[in-house]
Design a binder for this molecule. Structure first.
Ligand code: IVH
Length: 685
């Protein structure tokens, strides 16, 4: 690719990716698959590394972060960042309307909006480019979190259309429920403290000093106020509609209201419907629409007189804690679950609530028979947030955390610093085995969607499947005619499963198709502790094959990007166990992909143009493993032995005499490390 071509390609990718970004994150209407997007982004990152002079400041490649801030710079807000006065009753809203009308002495049009529950942010744009992002702070001064804000896909780096030359737009950074649940699940897996709710998760994420970590947090942003002098707008509502055209994410749930009844309709509608939203709101904001009227009304020291927040009442109910069950997950982690006297909470009947771990039980000091408060937060499962101590029976005993596994009786253990108790009996404890199987077939792992929780349970109970490799031994005859009736439980209805021709064929087809799943997902599917999707991808990118990964020792592993002590230890422990090595061999025999496919290798260049290279000897500038990686990253192929297919030998000190001899015999070139590095380095411009 010539420099001119690279420049054009970078421009084209930047333009197209920004547009896809907008369609995906702002309009929620993606036009291409995640995979296609990732491929384009990877190409752009690679080209920008090669030709940094053409990288644009609005490039989507910037969104992966990288800038580390030691301390956030303090920035004075151009316009004070006020807060809203809160109201909790209809009277407060009626009073607000009265006050407004009294001052203005005319009819007033309001705009009702949702009150997003996150962190306030002010974004400054100059000539269409995002130049500054500042938190509210004390209202006068806030933190400069520009590097972090740039990683949030819903915040445009470059605007479209007909925007004012310079203005500020304010909004709320938040995390939706799905992102929050995933983040907490990941944190639970690695033993990190969980976020109590999506708002804390959003606030905590925005304060991280390493923007590349922020980039991985599922943050989102709705904008709700344009702040500009002389931008020529008359109405708040119209300004937000315009801001949508400039590329901002503006909530679709806004309404113009002309009467107090219309305002109350909006409030009561969202008070009920808020649980159907994929993110948390904690109320409704009512604003005077005309800027001229807002100006007349002005502000108090703390809040504008032209707006008010109506806060929803916390949905909290009191009920009795009947008992506590202890559930065992696929990693052996024990989760206490509260059984409650059924109670109606925000439209659904709640019977169970998660208590997370022993520390939470202790902190709440919750006892069987207690009257407990249950709340619905960002999570799907409601949680116990407190205990009514006045109602406690005098003989109520503190909950004793179990010491043996409720499923298999093995003694539990708890590692220093970890929140969970674990059952160590990973090979024989049924929920652990079933959990591993369920993880293996899950969508992001092997994606065998013709199997599900119920079918896995049946295959396990019928002793057809004990480990994941057994799935690949299933045949039509073994499956046909199997059946089971699952008893109705409190949570689920009775379910009948019976395997007829269609079901069996679907299962077998799904299993067969999983043999094409790329190596990184197979590695993730194995369920090695701390090896989530991202870590699996990193490992595959580095090692390329399961054999090389299995050979790596601790010190080598921790040198790999993003692999720390914990992950390295977990990998070493997994691969050192014979049963796991046998499992890998069985999976290999069944034809699963245990090598990186072409689509998984991110090529840095093709300078080694498919050449087959044998490494021999030791090097000063890189290890043998690194040499292997360099060869692959630049499009070459590694081979173990010298043959007629060898293009050259990368020779270091102490090259094996046999290889040397053979190379001479066959007339194969030996290339020294300095020359090799020159081959893969970019030609100087
Ligand atoms: S307008 C003068 N609109 O609520 C303040 N605020 O105390 C103008 N919030 O943390 C704010 N949703 O970030 C406005 N639709 C909305 C909002 C909203 C959430 C937050 C805001 C601030 C708090 C107000």
């Amino acid at each position: 690719m010539t420099k001119e071509e690279a420049k054009k390609r970078i421009e084209k990718l930047t333009r197209e990716l920004n547009e896809h970004n907008y369609k995906y994150y702002v309009l929620s209407a993606p036009k291409i698959s995640d995979y296609e997007y990732d491929m384009m982004l990877e190409e752009l990152v690679r080209l920008e590394k090669q030709y940094p002079e053409y990288a644009d400041s609005t490039s989507p490649a910037r969104r992966i972060g990288g800038e580390v801030t030691k301390e956030f710079r303090q920035i004075r807000h151009d316009y004070q960042m006020l807060s809203l006065s809160n109201s909790y009753s209809e009277e407060d809203v009626i009073d607000f309307d009265r006050r407004v009308k009294k001052t203005l002495e005319t009819e007033v049009e309001y705009v009702c909006e949702l009150k997003y529950d996150g962190v306030a942010i002010g974004l400054r744009y100059n000539n269409g480019l995002l130049t500054l992002a500042v938190t509210r702070g004390d209202g006068d001064m806030g933190d400069d979190v520009t590097a972090n804000a740039r990683t949030i896909r819903a915040i445009p780096l470059k605007l479209k259309g007909d925007y004012p030359a310079s203005f500020e737009i304010r909004g709320e950074i938040f995390m939706n429920h799905e992102g929050f649940e995933t983040l907490n699940a990941e944190r639970e897996e690695i033993g990190e403290q969980l976020f109590a709710n999506p708002r804390n998760a959003a606030a905590g994420s925005l304060k991280i000093q390493d923007s590349s970590i922020v980039a991985k947090r599922p943050l989102d942003c709705f904008l709700y106020q344009v702040v500009a002098d002389n931008a020529g707008f008359q109405y708040h509502y119209d300004t937000l509609k315009k801001a949508k055209d400039w590329g901002f994410k503006i909530s679709p749930y806004m309404a113009k209201c002309n009467t107090i009844d219309e305002i109350f309709d909006f409030i009561s509608f969202w008070n009920k419907e808020r649980y159907a939203l994929p993110f948390d709101i904690d109320g409704v904001v009512i604003k005077v629409n005309a800027f001229s009227q807002q100006e007349i009304l002005g502000s108090t020291a703390k809040s504008p007189r032209w707006a008010i927040a109506y806060k929803f009442k916390a949905v909290r109910v009191a009920t009795t804690l009947l008992s506590i069950d202890f559930q065992v997950g696929r990693t052996g982690a024990i989760t206490p679950v509260a059984n409650l006297q059924p109670v109606l909470l925000a439209g659904t009947i709640v019977k169970r609530a998660s208590l997370h771990n022993a520390d939470i039980i202790e902190k709440l000091d919750v006892r069987i028979g207690d009257t407990v408060y249950v709340e619905k937060g960002g999570e799907i499962i409601p949680k116990i947030t407190g205990v009514d101590l006045e109602n406690r029976e005098s003989n109520a005993m503190p909950v004793e955390f179990i010491s043996t596994c409720p499923e298999c009786g093995t003694s539990l253990f708890r590692k220093e610093g970890e929140a969970h108790h674990y059952c160590p009996n990973e090979d024989n404890c049924p929920p652990q085995i079933k959990g591993k199987l369920e993880h293996f077939i899950s969508r992001r792992a092997m994606n065998i969607d013709s199997l599900g929780e119920g079918k896995i349970e049946m295959l396990y109970d019928k002793r057809l499947v004990r480990d994941v490799s057994d799935l690949y031994n299933l045949t039509y005859d073994k499956l046909y005619g199997l059946g089971k009736i699952f008893e109705a439980t409190e949570d689920k209805k009775e379910k009948k499963l019976s395997f007829r021709e269609k079901t069996v064929n679907n299962i077998l087809k799904g299993i067969e198709a999983s043999k094409e799943v790329p190596f990184a997902r197979v590695l993730y599917a194995l369920g090695i502790r701390y090896v989530g999707e991202t870590v699996a991808k990193k490992l595959v990118n580095h090692y390329k094959t399961i054999d090389d990964l299995m050979k790596a020792d601790f010190y080598e592993l921790i040198l790999v990007d993003e692999i720390g002590d914990k992950i390295a230890e977990s990998l070493i422990s997994f691969f050192s166990q014979e049963k796991n090595r046998n499992l890998i061999e069985k999976l290999r025999e069944r034809g699963l992909r245990l090598k990186a496919g072409k689509e998984e290798i991110s090529l840095k260049s093709t300078r080694l143009g498919n050449k087959t290279i044998v490494i021999s000897g030791v090097f000063n500038r890189f290890s043998r493993e690194e040499a292997k990686r360099l060869i692959e990253e630049h499009g070459g192929k590694n081979a173990g032995t010298v043959s007629s297919r060898t293009d050259f030998i990368l020779g270091g000190a102490d090259m094996g005499p046999k290889k040397l001899e053979k190379a001479r015999e066959m007339g194969i070139k030996i290339i020294a490390e300095e020359d090799f590095l020159k081959m893969i380095e970019e030609p100087s411009p």
